[in-house]
Design a protein. Structure first.
Length: 659
């Protein structure tokens, strides 16, 4: 069934050496073949492929995507599968270790709807779909069936959202959607008002009934930002409500929680275990769960969250479906929103459109006093629970950052070039400019990088100056540090996190702003790389090494702002795995925002690096910036990335929208 130039075991070793597969992929295939006593090369090959796909964050291997002429995309193919796609599925089902959905609990590999899964991920996907569909179609608070209650809810909703100049007030519609459904998915780009919307929604729900509400986010940084945003939104809401003279103001706003936790803390970590304290047999004690930055939640984690949700509870997912998907397998938020995407076949431009059932359109119309007839769909599926916020309040009018983000998100290369050439004050392009350092030498100097380092010295010099001048408020120094950040597309290399951190460290030391002779020096920023539940530090947390002004010795301590806004001090020697953080990956920056962001792109990306350079990565980097965005790169690489779309193999969208 397959033709190879060498024994399959030898080819696996060569593919690992060529980095076409990982050591895990190879050993998984060999161990599974040995365990099930399968000597057929096709079985070993397909096991390596499905593991490779999972390593690349796909949840399954679509059989139709296999290149039968060159399965591992070698320069010169040494292996061919002598079967058509429809024949391949039948051939695989002849192996004892591969089954269908009917015997999913008995087989390590499952074929379903043309996709090959590891049994665990098949279980995750099907159960996540079942949970989401159950929530989407479950009966919600029946009080809205009463005309008086419906009228009262509509009046309060329209007080919270006064008349808008927009044809559709999507914040109001999203709030009404969440009032009517047990599952509400509220998505939108930066500045579209997701936090404002959910704060007003929580106010409405708290005014109608007593509820236990929990706020969570995937990382500590994202949880801290959610807490800050909710607090600010509550203050704005209180001011607006007092001007309107709405009664029970203090009570209802006070019932809106402010403190957000991480998903891990919510579920209850068990030390030295992959299990959590809360699960289907020990559900969470809450009535409503709000999950922010849902695009960062991978499939296994979403499964754990949904499994631990009580039967009666509501769920609200907030996030930007256009951002980078989770670091681990799956793209759950993108799959949930997939049914709303419409792609113009000629221009390839993406458009989003709501899909509501006729009854939902009528109910939302009564609540919002808005006609939504154009969004009626004969088969809305999960669409009745979705609402996408369309209008950005952060990037007003012709703001350059917003214009660039939109152009990148639409992969509109002509518009991207136009925006960069429009002279926006908030945008700065730095071209990689290589100059030969000496005649007859192969040594080059990158003047573009030099310009970026000059900028970083100026920007980071602000917090370092405050520290050296005796500023005793660590919160203020950390806030100053967080005004600027360098983001990289990858970790390794001169233009990756490792190289840029070294270059910035040298540049700051050359100006006398830091003294990095010791590992832990005053002013060093650190990012945590592993969870330490005893210390309360988590992967992605960022802090500063600063003198402890509360002690006479002023010894150096690592200072972190926690999710509740409090300051955590840790002896540097006790820190879990960490690294310097003048620069960080775009992935790690999700859930954060900075006044000024600089994105660093490689000069000549390798094939592996090109796979990382996607539209979602560039868009995410741009939208981390509130006021200024700089890019060090080349036009060719920027445009290549902007038209490269992240595609993760998954069957979840089909289970939510077409099954």
């Amino acid at each position: 069934m397959i033709t190879t130039t060498k024994p399959i075991n030898q080819l696996l070793k060569e593919w690992q050496e060529q980095r076409l597969i990982t050591s895990l992929d190879r050993h998984f295939a060999l161990q599974l073949a040995q365990l099930h006593q399968e000597s057929a090369p096709l079985f070993t090959l397909i096991c390596a492929l499905v593991s490779q796909y999972l390593s690349s964050q796909h949840t399954c291997l679509p059989l139709k995507q296999i290149d039968t002429e060159n399965p591992f995309k070698e320069q010169l193919s040494q292996c061919q599968i002598n079967l058509q796609t429809d024949e391949l599925e039948d051939a695989l089902l002849q192996f004892d270790a591969i089954g269908t959905a009917d015997d999913a609990e008995l087989k390590p590999l499952i074929i379903d709807k043309g996709n090959l899964y590891l049994q665990r991920y098949f279980s995750y996907e099907t159960q996540v779909a079942e949970h989401l569909n159950r929530l989407a179609f479950a009966a919600v608070d029946s009080s809205l069936d009463d005309n008086t209650e419906l009228t009262n809810a509509s009046e309060l909703l329209n007080q919270l959202f006064p008349a808008s100049e927009q044809q559709y007030d999507w914040q109001k519609i999203a709030t009404a959607t969440a009032m009517t459904k047990k599952l509400a998915v509220i998505t939108g780009g930066p500045g579209t008002g997701k936090t404002t919307t959910v704060t007003k929604l929580l106010y409405l729900l708290c005014s109608r009934q007593e509820m236990t509400i929990r706020l969570v986010a995937p990382t500590g940084k994202a949880a801290a930002r959610l807490s800050e945003s909710i607090k600010a939104s509550k203050l704005r809401l209180a001011s607006e409500m007092s001007q309107m003279g709405i009664v029970d103001l203090d009570k209802n706003i006070a019932n809106i929680p402010e403190e957000a936790a991480t998903l891990h803390r919510l579920l209850g970590v068990i030390p030295n275990s992959h299990q959590f304290r809360h699960h289907k047999d020990n559900p969470l004690r809450l009535d409503l769960l709000v999950v922010d930055e849902a695009s960062m939640v991978d499939l296994p984690m979403m499964h754990k969250v949904l499994s631990a949700l009580p039967e009666h509870a509501r769920l609200i997912l907030l996030g930007d479906q256009d951002q980078l998907a989770s670091v681990e397998a799956g793209a759950v938020l993108a799959d949930i929103c997939a049914g709303l995407k419409q792609v113009n076949k000629k221009t390839k431009q993406t458009r989003w459109k709501m899909h509501y059932s006729q009854p939902q359109v009528e109910l939302l119309g009564q609540l919002t006093r808005t006609s939504l007839a154009e969004f009626v769909s004969p088969n809305p599926r999960i669409g009745d629970s979705l609402c996408m916020l369309m209008h950005s309040h952060r990037f007003q009018g012709d703001a350059g950052i917003g214009q660039l983000a939109t152009a990148v998100n639409h992969s509109n290369l002509a518009r991207i070039a136009e925006v960069w050439q429009s002279g926006y004050q908030e945008l700065l392009w730095i071209e990689h400019a290589l100059a030969n350092t000496s005649h007859g030498s192969s040594s080059f100097d990158n003047k573009g990088l030099d310009s970026l380092l000059e900028q970083s010295v100026e920007q980071y010099g602000v917090y370092l100056a405050a520290m050296s001048q005796g500023e005793i408020d660590a919160d203020k120094i950390i806030d100053s540090f967080n005004q600027y950040r360098i983001l990289c597309a990858m970790r390794a290399g001169e233009y990756g996190v490792e190289g840029i951190n070294q270059s910035v460290t040298k540049a700051l030391a050359a100006k006398g702003l830091i003294q990095p002779e010791q590992e832990f020096y005053a002013g060093r920023p650190v990012i945590i790389q592993s969870n330490d539940y005893n210390l309360g530090l988590f992967n992605g947390d960022i802090g500063l090494i600063l003198p402890d002004c509360s002690s006479q010795s002023r010894r150096l301590m690592a200072h972190f702002i926690q999710a509740d806004g409090s300051l955590l001090k840790v002896l540097p020697a006790r820190l879990p795995s960490h690294e310097t953080c003048y620069a960080m990956t775009v992935h790690k920056s999700q859930g954060s925002e900075f006044s000024h962001v600089s994105l660093v792109l490689p000069i000549k990306p390798s094939v592996a690096q090109q796979q990382l350079l996607t539209k979602e990565l560039v868009y995410t980097a741009i939208t981390r910036a509130k006021h200024h965005f700089t890019c060090l790169g080349s036009q060719r690489v920027f445009e290549q990335a902007s038209r490269s779309l992240t595609q993760r193999a998954s069957g979840l969208a089909q289970r939510l929208w077409r099954d």
